[in-house]
Design a protein around this ligand. Structure first.
Ligand SMILES: C[S@@+](CC[C@H](N)C(=O)[O-])C[C@H]1O[C@@H](n2cnc3c(N)ncnc32)[C@H](O)[C@@H]1O
Length: 306
């Protein structure tokens, strides 16, 4: 296959009319209309657990930034809950009289026997149940960067706004993307970033969502919008934390392998072995060349009292 010298953000990409590259495919959700790009198998469940620990660590084990004090009248909703790591963790610090609800388009990751005050529903954040209006004191959403299409972000915000009680809080924890840029001395990083961007464009996933989050929250009607930024350092140079972050993020890039190969590799890889070798090279780059970082931003905001 020809070497690709430039990785352009403007490159035309499509998943249509492509020839899928043979590989050992993982299991993915099949929710109608969803373009979510990560798997929903045991390996992903393990990754989500590690990810929760690493993200907790950035903020000194603090996971709740919205200023709510939760009591027996309160209901908490976690949208895109996955394996429920965030809401199950929150539950350990609040009274069992607080109702906890997790929703996800894919039930496979959520525990089959959650605590008694938990409910789980298969729903999309873009279309929550009609009878949930003005119900929750807190709605949390974390890492839907590879899930929501550009037009779905404002819809998700409107839905969360609708299901919050007046005076209730939204908290969104979201990652910045990998940026499409030259990475001197890191050719694997440059190529994988290009692949990630191609996949996002092909699926219309809004990986730059953090750029517009404050604006989208305000447009949905939220007030008192606040943010806090945390940095994930990647690689051995950053000690044990750096290694854990590296394992987690390589796990994400391993998770998008099937969608990338099913889309034909976007001209950057032509076999599964080539994709795997790229990931191995990336691990080395992150370990041996200090400096790779990724930002996680916490946004919280209030639905006004009427
Ligand atoms: C990267 S995982 C994050 C899981 C969890 N929030 C966490 O931080 O551990 C994203 C989750 O969002 C779910 N998801 C994707 N699209 C969704 C949608 N439209 N509505 C609700 N959940 C969605 C996926 O099935 C997946 O479980």
């Amino acid at each position: 296959m020809p070497a690709v010298e430039t990785y352009s953000a403007e490159k035309e990409v499509s998943e249509k009319d492509t020839v899928s590259i043979t590989h050992a495919a993982r299991t993915y959700q099949a929710f109608p209309g969803s373009r979510y790009a990560l798997p929903s198998d045991d390996q992903e469940r393990q990754r989500l657990l590690l990810q929760h620990k690493t993200l907790r660590g950035i903020f000194g084990d603090k996971i709740l930034f919205a200023p709510v004090s939760l009591g027996s009248e309160d209901k908490v909703l976690d949208v895109g809950t996955g394996s429920g790591t965030w809401i199950l963790d929150l539950a350990t610090s609040v009274d069992t009289s607080v109702s906890m609800v997790g929703v996800d388009i894919e039930p496979r990751l959520f525990p089959t026997t959650p605590p008694e005050n938990f409910d789980f529903r298969v729903e999309s954040v873009t279309r929550l149940p009609a009878d949930w209006s003005n119900t929750f004191s807190l709605v949390h959403q974390r890492l839907l960067i590879l899930a929501l299409q550009t037009q779905e972000w404002p819809l998700a915000m409107q839905e969360v706004y609708r299901v919050l009680r007046p005076g209730g809080w939204i908290q969104i924890d979201e990652s910045t993307p990998w940026y499409d840029e030259k990475c001197p001395g890191k050719p694997c990083m440059e190529k994988l970033t290009a692949l990630y961007r191609c996949l996002a464009r092909a699926r219309n996933l809004y990986v730059d969502c953090t750029d517009d989050m404050t604006k989208m929250l305000a447009q949905a009607g939220f007030v008192d919008i606040q943010t806090k930024s945390g940095i994930q350092k990647m690689g051995k140079w950053a000690g044990d934390v750096g290694v854990a972050n590296r394992v987690n993020h390589i796990g994400v890039l391993r998770g998008i392998k099937t969608p990338v190969l099913q889309a034909g590799g976007f001209g950057y890889v032509s076999s599964e072995a080539e994709y795997d070798a790229l990931l191995e090279g990336l691990e080395k780059e992150w370990d041996e060349i200090p400096g790779t970082e990724k930002e996680l931003i916490i946004f919280w905001a209030r639905k006004p009292e009427v």
